[in-house]
Ligand binder design. Sequence first.
Ligand SMILES: Cc1ncc(COP(=O)(O)O)c(C=O)c1O
Length: 451
Amino acid sequence: MNTTEVLQLLRAHEVRNVTCIAPDGSWPVVWTRARGVHVWDAEGRRYVDLTAAFGVAATGHANPRVVRAAQRQLTRLLHAMGDVHPHPLKAQLARELSRITFERWTERPRESASGENQPLLTGKTLFCNSGFEAVEAALKTAVLATGKPGVIAFEGAYHGLGYGALSVTHREFFRRPFRAQLGRFAHFLPFPEAAPDRDHDGWLERLADAARRILRRAKIGAVLVEPIQGRGGIRMPPPEFLPWLRRFCDEHGALLIVDEIYTGFGRTGRWFACEHTGVVPDVICLGKALAGGFPISACVGRADVMDAAWPESRGEALHTSTFAGHPVGCAMAMAQLSEIERLKLPERAALVGTWLLERLGALRAPRTGLRLSARGMGLMVGLEVRRRDGAPAGEEAFRIVKAMLRRGYILLTEGEHGNVLSFTPPLTISKPQLRGAIAALQNLFGGPIPG
Ligand SMILES: Cc1ncc(COP(=O)(O)O)c(C=O)c1O
């Protein structure tokens, strides 16, 4: 099927709201194949994917070891019985998730004959299918563990669109049509953005005041936060933010839940973004890159917190779903995690990301009347586009994305106004591949942006 045929079918039979189809054919392209950092469309054109398809393809699209793990699993055990009859890989993956999170975060040298390190904490996992569901599992964990239903979340936050997750997602666009059916347990605080051109004096006092006001009227069992807001526009908080949230949660008996669905698995230059400030959360939500392209996600909590929250099963699980802990997803995740480790992708993302941020930071667009500013960490970088008067240039940003698509680069816009070009490529991307993208952008900004 060619592009036109696919889009015609979608127009006829998919809900209208899903795929944005430009009448002039400039958007979207139809993906038929992907490998490494490349994607091919239905017309055989090749693109460099600067999005890793929402950050999923961290080890590259169709990483051969991940694919082989999936193929082996497909022929052996395609489906098991989630919460009833388990399969070995689920146990192994839960063990692995504990190792790379709580155990690694709290490892202390042991004074034993063997000289082995001994972690202070271990983790326990609740497997889910998508990111939003992992967030909802974390919300359930918090209310079960603390008995307090209130949740502090942040302006600009994106935690997914299921009703539980939507209740803690901030953007009005997603909330408005469903407001009457949303839970009312979320209380939003401003997300303190560490932008150099903004005045942040006293931000911590203001935040603490606002948090205290919330505590006076609600029983808060959890603070839910993205260490860097991804879909909110690659917004980075000051380094003091997460440590302050940790102290706040400790003082007020709330769980600190970090949503690392976007930032996890090396994306920001560390295995997890919370590691940049040394903060150990109570619960971490994981998804996207976990399996490199299979809908599997995880809510991983400190073992003692999870045990306090979730009672022993007597035959009926409180939170489960048909495909939870899917064997193919688990097999892929095991391979994906070992690829991230083998290829040292967090270190690579840190190095290549610093280089990318510098280059994007040097871009100017004098002939377009647009102001650009770059920010980010590792290979999670945003290029904000504003008009000369400072207004967010969402339309222009989308035109840039379309123009880049014509030049063979897949990009996305993020942020409430869609005016942040986001760069979240596979962590395997090379500098020459990025150099091409930067040259194409520079070329575009050298003249007026095509409509
Ligand atoms: C930080 C964060 N949390 C949750 C989600 C929701 O994940 P999913 O779309 O897999 O439900 C996303 C998706 O972009 C995300 O970026």
